[in-house]
Every structure is written in structure tokens, then in C-alpha cells.
Design a protein around this ligand. Structure first.
Ligand SMILES: [Fe+2]
Length: 389
């Protein structure tokens, strides 16, 4: 199961810990004095954290131009922002926000030196390979989910009948700095914390059982899974001003980003990517609602073929709290743990976002499961979607 050769992406400089936002100005100042601050703003502004970030940048004599990104970034939005950044001679991007905002900032930094539009570089959509040139990028996550602060891709999307979610990807797109201050997630609402946390959990599981997993990604995924076990439910309590729980989930998310950038993901992300392009289902909800049934399906199929990956699923079960000793019982316990969390966190069903039963085959046909530990048929993918319709 463990690959005997692997290719490790670059890793950002990581500044992790409560209060680390105060280091933003000093850190960013090593890259440039004129910054595009890309942010989702509303919640962040309300919490006063955005002012704190801007103050830290002002103290370091960094001129800032603020760009607010309200929704998941489209290629057109990225092109508009990159053009404005070019026009103003800005030489640094600081992205402060959730996964969509970090992806927007990452894509803007990558598009500033380019002459073709962003869509031309998107996997499966455009025809050009990105050359890796970008301006410096500091990523400051305010939710614990996508791990985008440590990954080499930015997901851009168009939602609608011909919609897609596609990645702008190059090893050089890994941010220069990931500044992870768990206090920034304290104001995150419980349902967002839950969906984001389930995304991180899914990324950790999928990277751990991926056909591209390595001892290094395994070590990261293991520590991230243990952090999820200990902190997810605590962080999701509505009354939780619990910095320790937020720190645990911030670490899990960061570890998931490092693991997925180097091991890839599985069928849940294959399906979530397609769903997010066609329907307005948030990425974390799509992953969270599917991870229990997809894990059950993968395990059932692996039992038919007797594959060694069952051992890794059993290990995931133990990292998440299963006490059973034999592989089969641990796999069963894992599915029970995941299903229990999906119920306890009230992850919405896909039908709530307009997915009809007649649309399942289309989603399954477009989904990739190339790094999944077992190849699922279209009928099997349709079946697992229908369980969460
Ligand atoms: Fe994800």
C-alpha cells in the first residue's frame, strides 16, 4: 500500500499558533511593501480581526489594497482582480479567509504574471499548462477545512448546468507562508465549523488510503486524524470559545492540506467537485455528507477483492477511536463513527441543494476516483450518492 517512490511538494513556511496574526506585517514585509489583501471580509470585519491584520501591515509600512471576495471565485473574477493588481504595481498577495478566499488569492497571485486568462490554465477546461510564475503569497486561513494554505492548487468554479469546479495547479502555487492563527476561527458559526471540519477529516482519510500515500503523508494524516478525534465535536459546540479545540482543528486542516497535496484524494472529492459545479452545495457539506457512505462502499468493495487497503481503513478507525483489534471489526467501527458524526453534526442531504434522483448518473459519470484505493463503478457511485439524497 505504501508507495516506494514519491514526490514531495514544497511546503510553506508555517507560522502556527494563537495570536500569530500579530506577526503578519513583519512576515509579509520580507516579500514586498505593496499588498493586495484578498478577504471574505464580512465575518472577519465584524470580529475586528481584519482591522487587526491591517494594523499589523500598516505598522510594517506595507501599503494595502483590499479586495473582497463574497463567493467561490470564478475565473472571470480572478482575471479582474489580477488586472487591478497589475495596474497598481502590487507585488504581494495576502489572502485572509476561508478556503474560497485562499483559493482566490492563490489564483490572483498566479495570474498576475500571465497574459492568458485563468480559464485557459484550468485542469480539464483549458489547454495551457501554468508555468509556475507568480507573485509572493501569504495565506491566512480563518476556517479549519480545506488546508488550502498548504496546497498547490486553487479551485475556481462556474455554477450552473454547464458548471464546473476545476483547479489551477502548479507546485509553485504552494503559498510562501501559511500563517495559521486558530483564534481567527473563534467567530466561525457551528454549522460552518462542522462542514469545514468534515472536509478536513475527509481529506485526511482519502490521503491516508490513497494509492499515492507515502510514509510522510501517512504521518501527517495520522496526526491530523487524532486531532479531529479530539477536537471536532468540541469546536462545533455553538458556545465554544475554545481556542484549544480551534487549534486542534486548524492543525488537522493544515495537515490535511499537506497530505492531500502529496497523496491526492479519493472518490468523495471526485464527487464533491462535480456536485459543487452543478449545484450550490458547499464543498464541506458535499464531503461531510458523503464520507460515511463512501467509506462504507470502499470497504465493502475492498472486502470483495481482498485488498491490503482494508488494513489502512482499520488504522483510520483506530486513530478515530475504535478499540477493536481485528481489521474487519475496526473497519465496521470506522463506518459507524463516521455515520454517527454525520448524524450528530446534522450534515444536510444533497437533495436540499436541488440534486434530483435523475441527476445522479450525470454526477457519477463526470466524477474521478483515480486515487481511490478501489475503483468504483458508475452504479456504485450513483448508489452512494442516492444514500445521501
Ligand atoms: Fe476538500
Amino acid at each position: 500500500m505504501v508507495a516506494d517512490r514519491f514526490d514531495w511538494m514544497r511546503t510553506p513556511r508555517i507560522l502556527f499558533g494563537p495570536g500569530s496574526l500579530a506577526q503578519l506585517g513583519e512576515t509579509a514585509g520580507t516579500f514586498g511593501q505593496s499588498a493586495a489583501v484578498v478577504t471574505g471580509a464580512r465575518a472577519l470585519r465584524q470580529s475586528g480581526r481584519c482591522d487587526q491584520a491591517l494594523h499589523s501591515l500598516a505598522v510594517a509600512d506595507i501599503r494595502c489594497r483590499v479586495y473582497e471576495v463574497g463567493n467561490e471565485p470564478t475565473p472571470n473574477l480572478v482575471d479582474e482582480l489580477a488586472a487591478d493588481v497589475r495596474l497598481h504595481g502590487i507585488n504581494l498577495v495576502i489572502a485572509i479567509g476561508g478556503g474560497s478566499v485562499l483559493d482566490a488569492g492563490k489564483a490572483v497571485a498566479a495570474m498576475v504574471p500571465q497574459t492568458h486568462p485563468a480559464e485557459a490554465f484550468l485542469e480539464g477546461v483549458g489547454t495551457r499548462a501554468h508555468d509556475g510564475r507568480r507573485i509572493p503569497l501569504v495565506a491566512v486561513p480563518t476556517t479549519a477545512g480545506t488546508g488550502s494554505e498548504a496546497t498547490a492548487n486553487a479551485v475556481l468554479s462556474r455554477v450552473g448546468p454547464d458548471g464546473y469546479k476545476a483547479s489551477l495547479r502548479h507546485p509553485n502555487l504552494v503559498p510562501d507562508v501559511a500563517l495559521v492563527d486558530p483564534e481567527l476561527a473563534l467567530s466561525c458559526p457551528a454549522h460552518v465549523t462542522a462542514a469545514c471540519g468534515m472536509d478536513a477529516l475527509t481529506q485526511l482519510i482519502e490521503a491516508y488510503v490513497s494509492v499515492r500515500a507515502s510514509p510522510m503523508t501517512d504521518a501527517l494524516a495520522q496526526s491530523g486524524l487524532v486531532a479531529v478525534r479530539d477536537h471536532l465535536m468540541r469546536a462545533c459546540r455553538t458556545d465554544a470559545a475554545d481556542v484549544n479545540a480551534r487549534a486542534g482543528m486548524a492543525y488537522a486542516s493544515l495537515a490535511s492540506g499537506l497530505a492531500l497535496a502529496n497523496a491526492g484524494l479519493g472518490v468523495v472529492h471526485g464527487l464533491a467537485g462535480v456536485l459543487g459545479g452543478l449545484y450550490p452545495v458547499p464543498h464541506g457539506v458535499a464531503c461531510g455528507t458523503l464520507v460515511g457512505v463512501a467509506t462504507g462502499m470502499n470497504i465493502a468493495k475492498l472486502r470483495e477483492t481482498g485488498a491490503a487497503a482494508l488494513q489502512k481503513y482499520a488504522e483510520v478507525g483506530r486513530f478515530l477511536g475504535a478499540r477493536e483489534t481485528d481489521v474487519d471489526a475496526c473497519c465496521n467501527a470506522l463506518v459507524a463513527i463516521l455515520s454517527g458524526w454525520v448524524d450528530e453534526l446534522s450534515l444536510p442531504r444533497l437533495g436540499e441543494y436541488g440534486l434530483p434522483a435523475s441527476g445522479l448518473a450525470h454526477v457519477a459519470r463526470r466524477a474521478s476516483n483515480k486515487n481511490n484505493p478501489v475503483r468504483l463503478s458508475l452504479a456504485e457511485m450513483e448508489s452512494l450518492l442516492s444514500e445521501r439524497l
